[in-house]
Ligand binder design. Structure first.
Ligand code: HSE
Length: 309
């Protein structure tokens, strides 16, 4: 049995506008790195470094990686102690699956250390236990792509059923992270508990349209389908300049754009590298004009699961 492992897991874009809580994709950059090493204490001891890591709780019950590992250990009936180091490449509260990335790296790593008793799909449940600590809810649209890679549709939560969606060849993802945090727990609490039937019908149509567009590599259909009637009307108000940026992006050749997860990151999909570079700069400049620093990434969809490094 190996004693130590270091794992890298990618950021992810959840919701992709039309798929609240049921659609997410993995991107290559940025990522978190988690190192696990057995100790003799029977306890988890967590240390953190990297981007905004002072915001990360180190109590294992309150830490997404710690909680995911506790869930894993409980399920296999083990009480091992571990030193866990989390190096944050993804700032917490940025909207690109920071907590999911740490949880994904952690459960992938612990599964490896125990000789892979679980298939990747089975790790999602333990990752979700970690996610729940951060958001207060059991959603899988970050953790599923973070563990499995690719574009994933959560067809059902009970029972959990995750479907793999095709990745159009030219698809590129742009994410820009303004330098402030939104707590996913708060961003979920502010959502309406009910949605009008008309919005539900429209959102279902758009999610189906988006799914078909991926199969057909039909970027126009993808563009028409990327509308969020559930979360964006409420959460958009939390991001200064959001409406203006969205309107500017619509004038460029983006396939679609919106709030990544619960924000404040803004994402856009494109099928051209020059367009991707232009919109990344545009978003960064718009934030700068209102005094907000930001950092942007351009990435293809990450097709791989977490990597041992
Ligand atoms: N689907 C979740 C939400 C993702 O929008 O609250 C959180 O990253």
């Amino acid at each position: 049995m190996k004693n130590k492992i270091k794992v890298r897991a990618s950021a992810s874009i959840a919701n992709i506008s039309c798929g609240f809580d049921c659609l997410g994709l993995s991107i290559k950059e940025p990522y978190d790195e988690v190192t696990l090493e057995f100790n003799n204490s029977k306890k988890l001891s967590i240390t953190v470094s990297g981007k905004k890591s002072s915001l990360i709780p180190v109590n294992p019950e309150k830490n997404t990686a710690g909680k995911a590992i506790l869930s894993f250990l409980h399920s296999i009936g083990e009480k091992k102690g571990l030193n866990i180091h989390i190096k944050k490449g993804i700032p917490p509260g940025s909207g690109i699956g920071s907590s999911a990335s740490s949880a994904a790296a952690a459960v992938f790593g612990i599964n490896e250390l125990f000789g892979n008793p679980y298939k990747l799909e089975k790790l999602i449940f333990h990752g979700m236990a970690g996610e729940e600590v951060a958001s207060g809810s059991f959603h899988a649209d970050n953790i599923a792509p973070a563990i499995l890679g690719g574009i994933r549709l959560i067809r059902s939560y009970e029972p959990l059923e995750i479907l793999n969606l095709p990745i159009p060849k030219k698809l590129m993802c742009v994410v820009v992270l303004p330098d402030f945090s939104i707590n996913t727990y708060d961003a979920r609490n502010m959502l309406p508990k009910r949605v009008p039937l008309k919005s539900a019908v429209e959102q279902a149509g758009n999610l189906a349209g988006f799914t078909i567009a991926l199969y057909q590599e039909n970027y126009e259909l993808m563009q028409r389908s990327m509308v969020d009637l559930f979360a964006e009307p409420v959460r958009g108000k939390l991001i200064p300049g959001y409406k203006k940026i969205q309107n500017l992006l619509k004038k460029e050749n983006v396939i679609g754009c919106g709030i990544s997860g619960s924000g404040p990151a803004i994402f856009a999909l494109a099928n051209d590298i020059d367009v991707s570079k232009k919109i990344k700069t545009l978003i960064i400049n718009e934030f700068k004009k209102i005094g907000i620093d930001s950092i942007g990434y351009i990435s293809k969809v990450q097709t791989l699961p977490p990597q041992i490094i």
